[in-house]
Design a protein around this ligand. Structure first.
Ligand SMILES: Cc1ncc(COP(=O)(O)O)c(C=O)c1O
Length: 386
């Protein structure tokens, strides 16, 4: 089977993990702090909080921004459910932003219209979650202008986008946003097995997220509410969770981060190979190439299949051992979301979903395998054979 994505683990990753297993700290040790500092430095952000998944990162990001059950949150419609669930954990009212029909990234014109309507109803969102789908940056400049005009917080869901660059800014530097989150699940750009991280330049948000990631407990004397307490003393200041990343996972993360440029250039090279092999077939819609303003991390290579053929192509490729994937069903179509509200159907998101397939793309994918996958796909798209 050729997967759509998988991890790249080398001996040095295994050695890094072994070293921690032989060290005094499996968790709550210095390796997590090192990983936080190295990632923050890589993306040019001031602060980082490592946690046990991107889902946890999204949850504590929402908490730090003060989201409650009286708030509204707008979320890109094409994403993994976690992008919206984090707001639901806090009881917020979630609405979905339509997406570009070719990239699946949020449609800024639709966001603007939603904001105009929301202002008229006096129900502006507290937070907007913008997803850099497949690693391609959303138009942060335009979203930022709306953020200033309408006063919402912006979370960048960059689960796919570690290493992507927008107008010279590494995704994660939070130049346009309040918080950015990354995922380190095995299919992502780097992995810690399970893991995630929140990045921010705001010290108050950082301190809150740090607290929420570890039971709401403060140890640092300078931040205690009760002063002049004995040395053993720590206090719980708010209701938090155990979302901590372990040092074992962080060691894997550091080892992986040291090779991120290799991972990114391999992904870029393979994306170019896909483009060269598929561009002759005008029935397929290929993802836009990188430009000066927008450099993708190429987490996914997503192509548009002619209408009505996507499921046939999906089933046949899988039957032949090519494990393509669909990213994603619009979130509002999941039974849970249908059960809580009568969500409108969004034309851009529906168009993207109906046609899109994610093809295999990961650093270890061999060019010969990619060429075989391309030939199989092109054979299926050929009108006569469909
Ligand atoms: C866009 C997006 N956001 C959030 C998540 C959640 O990440 P994690 O699996 O690390 O919790 C994912 C996972 O696939 C994702 O694709």
């Amino acid at each position: 089977m050729i997967p759509y994505s998988t991890q790249t683990i080398e001996d040095e990753d295994i050695d890094a993990v072994k070293n921690i297993l032989r060290s005094p700290f499996l968790t709550c040790g210095p390796t997590v702090t090192d990983f936080e500092e190295q990632t923050a430095s890589y993306v040019n952000a001031s602060y980082a909080v490592a946690v046990n998944s991107c889902t946890s990162a999204l949850h504590i990001a929402m908490m730090a921004l003060g989201v409650t059950d009286s708030d509204r949150v707008f979320v890109s419609a094409i994403s993994f459910v976690a992008s919206a669930n984090c707001a639901r954990y806090l009881g917020a009212d979630v609405d979905f932003i339509d997406t570009d029909k070719f990239t699946g990234n949020l449609d800024v014109n639709h966001l603007e219209q939603m904001l105009i309507d929301a202002e008229k109803q006096n129900r502006l969102p507290k937070v907007v979650v913008a997803v850099h789908l497949s690693g391609r940056p959303v138009d942060l400049q335009r979203i930022y202008e709306l953020k200033i005009k309408y006063g919402f917080y912006l979370i960048e869901d960059a689960a796919h986008a570690l290493g992507a660059i927008y107008k010279g800014h590494k995704i994660g530097d939070c130049f346009f946003s309040d918080i950015t989150v990354f995922s380190f699940h095995p299919v992502k750009i780097i992995t810690t097995a399970e893991g995630g991280m929140c990045l921010t330049n705001d010290e108050t948000l950082y301190r809150k997220m740090k607290l929420y990631s570890s039971h709401g407990i403060e140890h640092d004397k300078q931040f205690l509410i009760n002063k002049d307490m004995p040395n053993f003393y720590y206090e719980m200041q708010s209701l938090g969770y155990n979302y901590r990343m372990s040092d074992v996972h962080a060691a894997l993360g550091i080892s992986q981060l040291s090779r991120i440029e290799d991972f990114l250039s391999k992904r870029r090279e393979l994306a170019k190979e896909w483009e060269e092999l598929l561009s002759s077939d005008k029935n397929l819609t290929l993802p836009p190439a990188d430009s000066n303003d927008s450099v993708s991390s190429w987490h996914l290579y997503q192509v548009g299949i002619p209408f009505g053929k996507r499921d046939f192509v999906y089933n046949t490729l899988r039957h032949r051992g090519i494990c393509v994937q669909v990213h994603y069903l619009p979130i509002y179509k999941h039974p849970y979301y249908q059960s809580i509200k009568n969500y409108p159907s969004l034309p851009g998101a529906e168009y993207f979903f109906e046609r899109t397939l994610s093809l295999p793309l990961y650093p270890k994918l061999k060019k010969l395998d990619l060429q075989m996958c391309a030939a199989t796909l092109l054979g299926l798209i050929d009108e006569k054979k469909l």
